[in-house]
Design a protein around this ligand. Structure first.
Ligand code: IPD
Length: 264
């Protein structure tokens, strides 16, 4: 067993336990804890409780590693490995009772800054669907025990997904981005959980995905899933400090990049 597969197994075990807790709390009724960057950007009591559980399990298993999570303070650790965690990605879906939400856990090496880290392992668990996606560097991407591969483009066009920022001031720009890509799309999905959008690209359920302004925990695990399923993921810096993430099989990725790079 390699370090990467050990880390992936740990991420998978913790993501399952954490996801089951999120699902139980969902069944009991969701309590809104606070709003963050805007009124639409919410955190529930369950987000905080699930992140605390993940942090505790990681500390017990790998006490020296760093931690970068959506809901609590970062810790740089001393092993060079950092866990990048979104306890409940798709919080708005979670709050509304839509099953498209997931626990996302990645182990990265190097500086805990996207673009300067190398992802070693990741797990995305969607508890309401009972689906566990895992990947390890060099070891492939899986849904359960099934190996994943991204799609190639078809004459019907690409099934694309995207997301929108919480800040209403960004909506016009994000809608303009959608307008640009529609010529290559057979259709567009906006499911509400970036980690699952990326997992679905890895699984061939989507042909491509793009979104501006994602946070590291939204895509750390999902980007590794796509890469390990044979796809390409890039992040284009933008003047507005909302980098554009583009993911897909190499042909769809290239087409999206051509359409979006100049705008970014
Ligand atoms: C959000 C979801 C959403 C994406 C947002 C993210 P959160 O994460 O992934 O799909 O469009 O950009 O912030 O807030 O639910 O963890």
């Amino acid at each position: 067993m390699t370090v990467e597969t050990e880390l992936a197994d740990l991420a998978a075990d913790i993501a399952r336990e954490a996801g089951e807790l999120a699902l139980r709390r969902r069944e009991e009724g969701v309590q809104l804890a606070a709003t963050k960057s805007s009124l639409a950007d919410i955190v529930t009591e369950a987000d905080r409780e699930v992140e605390a559980l993940i942090r505790e399990r990681l500390r017990a298993a790998r006490p020296g590693d760093g931690f970068l999570g959506e809901e609590s303070d970062a810790d740089s650790g001393d092993t060079g490995i950092t866990w990048v965690v979104d306890p409940i990605d798709g919080t708005v879906n979670y709050a509304y009772g839509i099953p498209a939400y997931a626990v996302s856990i990645a182990a990265v090496q190097g500086e805990a800054v996207p673009g300067r880290w190398e992802a070693l392992a990741g797990a995305v668990f969607a508890p309401a669907h009972g689906e566990l996606f895992t990947a390890s560097r060099g070891g492939g991407a899986y849904l359960g025990s099934q190996r994943l591969a991204v799609t190639s483009v078809t004459p019907a066009g690409a099934l694309l997904a995207t997301g929108f920022g919480y800040d209403p001031a960004t909506h016009d720009g994000d809608i303009e981005t959608v307008r640009r890509v529609m010529p290559i799309a057979r259709d567009l999905r906006r499911a509400g959980a970036a980690s699952l959008d990326l997992a679905y690209v890895a699984a061939g359920r989507l042909d491509g995905y793009f979104e501006r302004g994602l946070k590291p925990w939204d895509f750390a695990a999902g980007a590794l899933l796509v890469a390990e399923a044979g796809g390409v993921v890039t992040r284009i810096d933008t003047a507005s400090a909302r980098p554009m993430l583009i993911a897909g099989g190499s042909d769809v990725h290239a087409r999206l990049t051509a359409l979006l790079a100049e705008e970014a």
